[in-house]
Ligand binder design. Structure first.
Ligand code: ZN
Ligand code: FE
Ligand code: FE
Ligand code: FE
Length: 176
């Protein structure tokens, strides 16, 4: 993709997040399956529904700009998903798995927050009022997903993983 103008940059970023969202739709079911904490499972499941909707929203942005939706391979997301898969392969303890899944998922959310933040700013700069509104809806959802994951980790999952893992290695006498 040739990038000369700010409009080109906007379209390239949009095509990149379009590809990223499609990859996330494919990756999330595995994380739903691997999660043990019911609240975490529910959070991944509901973010999967949101993500499917976000794919549609990107298509809507292309449509309001009278453009055909196109993808640009997002190497960063592919890398983050690869790391998440590696983690899932190596973590043995159930509670530590939940903490690891949250860590991996938050990296994805932060990538998305950065991407949609840029997209909203560029859309506003270029005077694409409707596109900016649509993109801001998704930005809000990504921030909401990140906050929810934070609450689940800090509220329960991390402490549970600390106790569980300590006990299983025999170092957890203090907690027994
Ligand atoms: Zn790109
Ligand atoms: Fe998303
Ligand atoms: Fe990317
Ligand atoms: Fe997300």
């Amino acid at each position: 993709m040739k990038i000369e103008t700010m409009k080109d940059l906007f379209i390239c970023e949009l095509a990149d997040i379009y590809h990223a969202e499609k990859q996330i739709v494919k990756a999330l079911p595995k994380m739903v399956e691997k999660a043990h904490d019911p609240r975490l499972k529910e959070a991944f499941q509901s973010h999967l529904h949101e993500t499917e909707n976000q794919v549609t929203r990107v298509e809507e942005v292309f449509r309001v700009l009278d453009m055909k939706a196109e993808t640009e391979k997002c190497d960063a997301l592919q890398g983050l998903i690869k790391e998440a898969e590696e983690l899932m392969k190596h973590v043995k303890d159930d509670a530590v798995m939940d903490a690891a899944l949250i860590a991996a998922a938050q990296k994805v959310e932060h990538y998305e927050i950065a991407s949609y933040g840029t997209l909203v700013a560029l859309a506003e700069l270029l005077g694409y009022v409707e596109a900016a509104e649509i993109l801001r809806e998704t930005l809000d959802e990504e921030q909401g997903a990140d906050t929810k994951l934070n609450e689940i980790a800090l509220g329960k999952v991390n402490v549970q993983a600390l106790h569980g893992a300590a006990t299983s290695t025999g170092a957890g006498k203090l907690f027994q």
